[in-house]
Write a protein that binds this ligand. Sequence first.
Ligand SMILES: Nc1ncnc2c1ncn2[C@@H]1O[C@H](COP(=O)(O)OP(=O)(O)OP(=O)(O)O)[C@@H](O)[C@H]1O
Ligand SMILES: [Mg+2]
Length: 310
Amino acid sequence: MQETFDVVGVGCCAVDTLGIYEGPIEEDQKMQVYGTTRQGGGLVATGLVAVARLGGRARFIGKLGDDDHARFIVNEFRSEGVDTSCIRTAPGMSAIRTIGVINPSKGFRTLYYCLDDAPVVNPGEVRRADVIAGKVLFVDGFQVAAAIRAAEYARKEGMAILMDAELTPPENDRLAALSTHVVASLRFAQSRVGKCDFQTAARKYFRKLSAADPDKVVAVTSGAKGSYFVWRGGEFHQPAFKPPKIVDTTGCGDVFHGAFAYALSQEMELKKAAELAAAVAALKCRKLGGRAGIPSLPETKAFLRSARKG
Ligand SMILES: Nc1ncnc2c1ncn2[C@@H]1O[C@H](COP(=O)(O)OP(=O)(O)OP(=O)(O)O)[C@@H](O)[C@H]1O
Ligand SMILES: [Mg+2]
């Protein structure tokens, strides 16, 4: 079958309002932030924007309300070239909203998110044809029932399925079992294998998932320490690249996963895919917000060339 999209995503889609504040966060105080921004956010949604910036064809499947927040999200997807034809509208509802404070000098960010009036996607609302129009399915464990349905369709079709494993509820284990590639945050991996460093977590989590599916590819990411990949062919550490400057690390994980999904759709070799993902995530840090700093493919290639020269 000729796929229309490189990556099709089902998962978290949000709108982020962020500001910079470098002091301590104190309760019951007024604190002045600067450099505020409003950008689309959410794991899969931001990852799909990374796919599009890299030149991939991306589609989001989901449901949003019809208020200002929801319209903002859809308009931003459209301006980034992400397909919105599979976004249903739930009248009177909204979308996930995040308020965040970024501290660039410490590299901290504090995010508050609100799920009130954010629509839930029912599994029956996921159409098989919409999913299998992609080479890769990209899920994150939000909208988990719908994501599981999409992953069941994708599995039957032999598609690659990338899971950004960050949410810990138990249904996400079913999604991980269906996925061909599980790239987990350290906290998620530790929730499944116990407290340990990210390399050990990746090995242990691979052992766990590969018992039922020996072809599974597992990775654990750990911020500036990079990521560790384990699969039946071996294991390796992908170091994080030094960003040109660090304004904000919000969305590094989302963008890493999006770039990795793009690389899978291009059938890149695993080490090259991990390297591309790390480079895209590092470049993202140069601007405030999850999306503003996401690079194009030529920018990423130029960054990789200069990083190799040392
Ligand atoms: N400060 C940083 N400098 C350079 N690269 C980074 C930095 N933080 C993250 N990255 C890159 O992004 C990848 C994923 O980051 P991280 O492990 O923080 O994801 P996460 O836990 O899913 O976080 P989030 O989704 O909240 O952004 C890392 O493996 C690394 O390659
Ligand atoms: Mg993440």
